[in-house]
Design a protein around this ligand. Structure first.
Ligand SMILES: [Zn+2]
Length: 364
């Protein structure tokens, strides 16, 4: 990988043994061509194709120009989505091609553009994926040509199904995090998630031991501000009077909150919040279809035990958001259990004078 003057990354993927190679998204041929030529001349690569993640000019706009730069590039196939400049091959979803010993598979992720393809590659040394503009920092990209449902499928089904040890090459994530090693990227993503801007699903701010979270209904603009959650440490919780403690719940790594954040970052985050106590108020009942924030705020409950969970609703929710509750549960099973204060989860147990039944509701 090299860094040029433009805003995006181009990637050169080389099979060590055969030296077969592809260039991904060479949008800036003036800078890419000399490097490729030098590598070819030195016998380091045997360029077999130009590959694109999607048709936007800053990814696919250099294809023809690159071909025209030199006879060595002229007849190289262009492999990408249907709208990419000069495209000659578009593998079907789940199909692909080889770069020497490297198997390449096309994973269709329509939404940012209808022809967005994430390229999953695997050989005996490891797995990588090139996600183009589909996977943005914090969760998802701009829906230029698609719907939220399509992005949910792209992120939570297609990309979530990629093995955990896959190295992700996403120019947006790398640009946004300034990191390229997967572990660093994940650490940075967590930090960014905790500093979400309004318009993302949660905007979290820490004041010493207190976390304040604004909760939005969608991870993209325009999003509705539907509630506020406060989270505190067990030490602070124990200092509260008993009546106040009933309003709080232990934040469990429960499987029921829709979350479009990348699974791994999410699981890491859950390790941090599992021991915190939270109090959440819901202002805007978007789940009821309210056009405006109406009526009194409601105290939100979170499921803290299996028997509280209406599994039919969870199933509907999973389908709507393209998540897999059981998979999340599996991913989080290594998180250590926490001793819960006896006054916590009062919502589930008893009358609370300030919030009688009917003014409390659970996350859906
Ligand atoms: Zn794009």
């Amino acid at each position: 990988m090299w860094t040029g003057s433009s805003d995006n990354y181009a990637y050169l993927v080389v099979d060590d043994k055969s030296k077969d190679a592809v260039i991904i998204d060479p949008a800036n041929p003036e800078e890419v061509a000399p490097v490729l030529k030098e590598q070819i001349k030195a016998g380091k690569i045997n360029l077999t194709a130009i590959v694109n993640t999607h048709h936007h000019w800053d990814h696919a706009g250099g294809n023809k120009k690159l071909q025209s730069f030199s006879s060595e590039f002229q007849d190289k196939p262009i492999i990408g989505g249907k709208d990419c400049e000069g495209v000659t091959q578009t593998p079907a979803n789940g199909e692909g091609f080889k770069i020497g010993d490297i198997s390449v598979k096309a994973l269709y992720t329509p939404c940012h553009t209808q022809d967005s393809i994430c390229w999953f590659m695997e050989d005996s040394t490891g797995k990588v994926i090139f996600t183009g503009d589909t996977l943005f920092h914090g969760g998802c990209g701009r829906f230029f040509e698609g719907t939220p449902e399509e992005m949910n499928t792209a992120l939570n089904k297609t990309l979530a199904a990629v093995p955990d040890d896959t190295v992700v090459y996403d120019p947006e994530i790398q640009k946004a995090t300034g990191k390229s090693e997967p572990v660093d990227v994940m650490a940075k993503l967590r930090e960014m998630k905790n500093n979400f801007k309004p318009g993302n699903q949660n905007f979290v701010m820490h004041i010493d031991d207190v976390r304040q979270c604004l909760i939005y209904d969608l991870p993209n603009n325009p999003a509705k501000l539907i509630g506020v959650e406060y989270m505190i440490t067990p030490k602070l919780y124990e200092g509260l009077d008993a009546e106040e403690r009933k309003l709080g719940m232990l934040i469990m790594p429960n499987p029921t909150i829709p979350n479009q954040v990348w699974e791994i970052a999410e699981t890491e985050e859950m390790k941090e919040v599992v021991g915190l106590y939270g109090k959440t108020f819901h202002f805007w009942q978007v789940d009821r279809g309210d056009e405006l924030p109406l009526g009194m705020p409601q105290l939100m409950m979170s499921f803290t035990a299996d028997e509280q969970v209406p599994w039919d609703k969870v199933k509907e929710r999973d389908e709507k958001y393209g998540v897999d509750t059981m998979k999340k549960r599996e991913a989080r099973k290594g998180i250590e259990a926490f001793k819960v204060h006896e006054d916590a989860d009062g919502c589930w147990k008893e009358e609370i004078s300030a919030y009688p039944r009917g003014t409390r509701k659970w996350f859906e």
